[in-house]
Design a protein around this ligand. Structure first.
Ligand SMILES: [Zn+2]
Ligand SMILES: [Zn+2]
Length: 257
């Protein structure tokens, strides 16, 4: 089976002891690509180095997470992210809105998200979006972005069907994580709501390890289990779902260009 990991934090210190082994295991398990998320400019820099060490397999993004939006300096950080795009970042993010933790004031979260959406438009890169308990504001900003021609991925999606529809109607993609393997997961209808040509899967490693390793450090090779669970929900096979995701990630991030 082939699959992809559309979202992994491989620059995280959790992988300092065995990062290359983790990446090698992902290849052996069938991964064709990993997008290493630079959720801060420091993480983006480390992710870029990782991508350079694993060309054509590890790709990287650059952005500022909503948790850190209060420290987002539009002029400085926009220039820094633009510079990462010039150095090969395949996407802007992760960025978005997190009203669950509220680590940054909401108006500042919206400001940082809007600035990164504008940058996505300017650089013709997709955005990787994190949204938690911010359904209405995310939907409004995604719809506006979609109307402006900006593409994006809703990462680790567990939101409402209304937000999923807002993203899909805007031409965006939806990525599922190991959360769909958890015992309390109860929304297979959401998994079926996403058409074949908009479906992605991810680890969000080192977080959100799928069952039966829930709570442990997650890694990209385990996305295979998430693919299996998504296939069950869709009445499909893991092989087919994995291939769909392989095709989609190449399309979203223009990986074959
Ligand atoms: Zn996230
Ligand atoms: Zn993330």
């Amino acid at each position: 089976m082939r699959f992809v990991d559309s979202h992994a934090h491989l620059a995280d210190p959790a992988f300092d002891a065995d990062r290359d082994d983790v990446i090698a295991r992902a290849r052996v398990a069938g991964a064709t690509a990993i997008v290493c998320i630079g959720e801060s400019l420091e993480a983006a820099c480390r992710s870029r180095e990782l991508a350079a060490a694993h060309p054509g397999f590890v790709h990287f993004s650059a952005g500022v997470h909503p948790h850190d939006a209060a420290a987002f300096d539009p002029a400085r950080d926009t220039a820094a992210i633009r510079s990462e795009v010039e150095r090969g970042a395949v996407a802007i993010g992760e960025c978005g809105l997190d009203y669950h933790y509220d680590h940054s004031p909401r108006p500042l979260q919206r400001r940082a998200f809007a600035a990164q959406l504008a940058l996505a438009r300017e650089t013709n890169r997709p955005v990787v979006v994190h949204s938690r308990e911010a359904e209405d504001d995310t939907a409004a900003m995604v719809r506006e972005a979609g109307a402006a021609g900006i593409r994006g991925v809703m990462h680790c999606f567990t939101g409402s069907h209304a937000l999923a529809r807002a993203a899909l109607e805007s031409g965006w993609y939806i990525s599922f994580s190991g959360i769909v393997t958890f015992r309390k997961w109860a929304d297979d209808d959401l998994i079926r709501l996403v058409p074949d040509d908009r479906l992605l899967v991810e680890s969000d490693a080192p977080y959100l390890a799928p069952v039966p390793d829930r709570g442990k450090r997650n890694e990209p090779s385990w996305v295979a289990r998430t693919v299996g669970r998504v296939a069950v929900a869709r009445g499909s096979s893991p092989e087919l779902v994995g291939e769909l995701a392989v095709g989609r990630i190449e399309h979203v991030h223009n990986l074959t260009a």
